[in-house]
Design a protein around this ligand. Structure first.
Ligand code: FE2
Length: 284
């Protein structure tokens, strides 16, 4: 049996299942306003406070199944370009550690999956993002559709631009310290990389960086393709847990064999079968 959704989502504050009602329209207007303003909408306390221990307990119980990977990346996830000046943003490489708890750790009755699978949640996210009905689907990847990112002491995410258009994340647990989300909205455009502005951020000399502290239970919708962003390293013994809900623009989309093995340490038959509908760009 799935967890009753009203015990997880604060439906009084966020009536995401009330399409057509004034309260729904008002909520949608607020999210649209935030996304239009700087590409980031936060719904504080989206998850009821009394439901957080359930989500944390679920994360703790499957945390040993997380897969960690390490890489050195620039903000663009591209190769070095030795022809450019050493200080150029393309040539700035940072250590990055990922640890993901794969999606098959969250069965149908899992609290986290109950949120992801609830049709009104998906419809609300679609409308919030202004996506067309025929271009918005749950990710069809049994290892990656709904996952938890786990961050231990010393780790964070260095500065980067996303290669996907948006991310939908849920703060589940914060570390004792660190883990702040920093972003510089609209730092580049679709036809201008604005390298000077990027360099200023990387050098810590930009006044365009905003800092966000997300608390457990907060839902974040973020458009990160044009906003440079990072997560500051965490410290302390408590882990940072963030749930990631993935939606894609094509039905049946699934991760590639190579990328899935890198992120989750294994693949399933589905990843071989769906080679024609690959998507390598969801988690960054
Ligand atoms: Fe990102």
């Amino acid at each position: 049996m799935t967890t009753p959704i009203g015990t997880l989502i604060d439906l009084e504050r966020y009536p995401v299942d009330q399409i057509g009602h004034d309260s729904f329209g008002k909520l949608l207007d607020e999210v649209h306003g935030a996304l239009a303003h700087d590409g980031c909408a936060v719904l504080p306390g989206f998850i009821r406070r009394d439901a957080l221990p359930t989500l944390v307990a679920e994360a703790d119980s499957v945390a040993p199944n997380a897969h960690a990977s390490h890489s050195r990346t620039n903000a663009y996830f591209t190769r070095d370009d030795p022809a450019r000046d050493p200080s150029h943003p393309i040539r700035r490489f940072y250590d990055r550690s990922n640890a993901f708890i794969p999606a098959d750790n969250f069965p149908a009755d899992s609290p986290l999956r109950s949120i992801y699978a609830w049709p009104p949640f998906m419809e609300f996210i679609r409308l919030a993002l202004g996506e067309r009905e025929d271009r918005f689907f749950r990710y069809d990847d049994p290892l990656a559709d709904v996952i938890i990112n786990m961050v231990d002491a010393g780790n964070g995410f260095p500065w980067h631009f996303d290669t996907n258009n948006y991310t939908v994340t849920l703060a589940i647990q914060n570390a004792e310290e660190g883990g702040e989300f920093e972003y510089a909205p609209a730092l580049r455009t679709s036809d201008d990389e604005c390298f000077d502005a990027v360099r200023e951020v990387l050098d810590g000399q930009s006044d365009r960086v905003k800092t966000l502290v997300l608390n457990p239970g907060d839902l974040q919708i973020f458009k990160g393709r044009y906003a440079l962003h990072r997560v500051l390293p965490v410290s302390g013994t408590r882990r940072r847990y963030v749930g990631i809900f993935s939606f894609v623009e094509r039905e049946g989309m699934c991760g590639s064999v190579e990328r899935t093995r890198q992120l989750y340490g294994r693949v399933l038959p589905r990843h071989h079968e769906r080679a024609g509908l690959r998507n390598d760009q969801l988690v960054d």
